[in-house]
Design a protein around this ligand. Structure first.
Ligand SMILES: Cc1cc2nc3c(=O)[nH]c(=O)nc-3n(C[C@H](O)[C@H](O)[C@H](O)COP(=O)(O)O)c2cc1C
Length: 326
């Protein structure tokens, strides 16, 4: 390690203490197996799996991935072999990494989520659950995360089924993110992950039809960062809720913007596909920034760009940071 002092990178997210404020995003890291030889995964704040759903799922028809300027669009559709395969073939590796183990679960009903949460509660070595609320529920056919009521219903059902810390992962394409974030926290979530992908599509102009097999998919990557940054800033300014930011992080500067907006940590998704060293580079870059500014603890910059919240104390600020809008 280079000279200079070692800033403290640890952060507290509700009941979860992380050694660093950077972790992968669900579905974008294959639980780190491919890059385990490339860098020490143990330096990450946490490790997370691709969302596990009940039963076997083939996923969506091809084409599933599309590249666009500073972004990708995916409609992978949560393919997976189900909870048993996850417990036997993925969880042991995740536990061996030596960092917090967060398990992402999904479902089509409150009961699906509750059953998976109860199953994970019985397993040793899991530190928290992340709820992928962006899939449609099987009754209303509306993604849970688009409705405060549906979001709260799932969080409440999971809360009853487990004592593990619960992170509710929100969808960005809503008109009032703060009300959905508040509903998740009131229903018993310990933290929020903000956010999943943005609905998007591409059209093949020669074939004159949508490129993706499902026509539409989710936009992610650097293009979404300024939009997700605003959502994180709005929530962190309005609620006393720990937020994990997720959207377009590919550099330490991106991560720092999110921390200054009020996020306690960031997740790195799409950037892992083009640069598997993104996560250690982001961690190193945050450390360098703190050294350069002579800041001993990363926690002390969290929320510094929020009006009335410059000390990182977690004191509630005005809703939506209205002071900046005046
Ligand atoms: C190929 C791909 C697969 C994904 N799979 C999941 C998933 O299984 N569960 C989930 O909650 N989010 C999933 N996501 C969303 C990411 O976790 C993340 O929320 C989103 O991509 C925004 O972050 P990014 O811009 O850093 O990629 C997926 C994203 C991509 C690109």
């Amino acid at each position: 390690m280079e000279g200079g002092f070692q800033p403290d990178l640890s952060v507290r997210i509700g009941p979860l203490e992380l050694k660093a404020p950077v972790m992968p995003a669900s579905g974008c890291f294959n639980a780190g197996r491919e890059v385990a030889h490339a860098f020490d995964l143990g330096q990450m704040g946490a490790i997370i799996n691709k969302t596990v759903m009940p039963g076997y799922r083939p996923g969506n028809p091809p084409q599933r991935i599309l590249e666009r300027a500073s972004a990708m669009i995916n409609s992978v559709g949560l393919p997976g072999k189900g909870p048993e395969d996850f417990l036997n073939n993925q969880l042991p590796f995740m536990r061996s990494v030596g960092t917090r183990v967060i398990v992402s679960i999904g479902g089509l009903s409150e009961a699906d989520f509750a059953q998976l949460a109860a199953l994970m509660d019985e397993q040793p070595g899991i530190d928290g659950l992340e709820l992928d609320l962006s899939r449609p529920n099987h009754v209303e056919r509306e993604p849970f995360a688009l409705s405060a009521k549906l979001t709260a219903g799932v969080v409440r059902a999971v809360r009853r089924a487990t004592r593990l810390p619960v992170i509710a992962k929100l969808a960005p394409n809503v008109s009032d993110i703060v009300s959905i974030a508040a509903a998740a926290m009131e229903a018993g979530a310990d933290a929020l992950c903000v956010a999943n992908t943005y609905p998007a599509m591409g059209i093949d102009i020669e074939a004159r039809r949508p490129i993706l097999g499902m026509a539409t998919g989710g936009l992610s990557g650097p293009a979404v960062k300024p939009m997700t940054l605003r959502l994180v800033w709005q929530i962190a300014g309005a609620l006393d809720a720990p937020v994990i930011a997720c959207g377009g992080v590919s550099t330490a500067e991106d991560a720092l913007e999110y921390l200054l907006a009020g996020a306690k940590a960031v997740q790195v998704g799409t950037a892992n596909f083009s640069n598997p060293w993104t996560i250690p580079q982001v961690i190193d870059g945050i450390r360098e920034y703190l050294r350069r500014h002579d800041i001993a603890r990363v926690e002390s910059i969290i929320g510094a760009a929020q009006p009335f919240r410059t000390d990182g104390s977690g004191a509630p600020a005005q809703a939506g940071g209205t002071a900046w809008r005046a």
